[in-house]
Design a protein. Structure first.
Length: 206
């Protein structure tokens, strides 16, 4: 898909021995990382019950945890323990994102560890290890154009086409982000009546 935008003759595999496959191999993962760092895509979001490790900051935090191996960046420390749900990685609480409670659960990442005050902590985070099988069509399109904009100069030496591809990649990236936000299934159930929040003990956090 990327080579077709240059245009350049297609290849059947990144293992092909030619100039195009060499440049694509160099830029493929960096291009994915760039797109994933630009937006919290649902398909790249993970939740993991963290493993507790010895606490070396007991005067600041109650608990210390090991970080997930595929952590790209942390999003939220969920406002409940993994023990509060039937499975070790629970479905997100009915409180919902709209209440912003996840942002009120403080944590800090330093020296390769996560510090917080929630026992049995569950971290929601962006993963840097994502299978192509879960890419949305618009994300795949954005990735192809991002790749094309990165390899057009070493392959074609065409500055005009590079500028066009950069602009096309920017538009495709924004469309992929908008498409992902429109797919958010939690939005329709985010509103919780005040009396239900009060019963759950969250009335003073509204």
């Amino acid at each position: 898909m990327a080579l077709a935008e240059l245009p350049e003759q297609r290849i059947d595999s990144l293992d092909d021995v030619n100039l195009a496959s060499d440049f694509l191999n160099d830029q493929y993962q960096p291009a994915i990382n760039f797109l994933l760092e630009d937006h919290d895509y649902d398909f790249a979001t993970r939740r993991e019950a963290l493993a507790q490790v010895p606490n070396d900051r007991p005067s600041e935090w109650q608990y210390t945890y090991r970080l997930p191996l595929d952590l790209a960046r942390p999003l939220h420390l969920l406002p409940y323990s993994g023990a509060d749900a039937a499975s070790p990685v629970p479905i997100y609480s009915w409180i919902g994102r709209a209440r912003g409670l996840e942002a009120r659960t403080p944590f800090r990442i330093a020296t390769g560890k996560l510090y917080g005050n929630v026992e049995g902590a569950v971290l929601e985070y962006a993963s840097n290890s994502v299978s192509e099988s879960v890419f949305t069509a618009k994300f795949a399109r954005a990735l192809a154009l991002e790749l094309a904009s990165r390899v057009v100069m070493p392959i074609k030496k065409d500055t005009k086409r590079q500028g066009e591809l950069i602009r096309m990649a920017e538009v495709a990236r924004e469309r992929a982000k908008a498409d992902d936000m429109n797919r958010d299934r939690e939005t329709t159930r985010d509103f919780i009546p005040e009396f239900m929040l009060a019963r759950a003990g969250y009335g003073d956090q509204i």
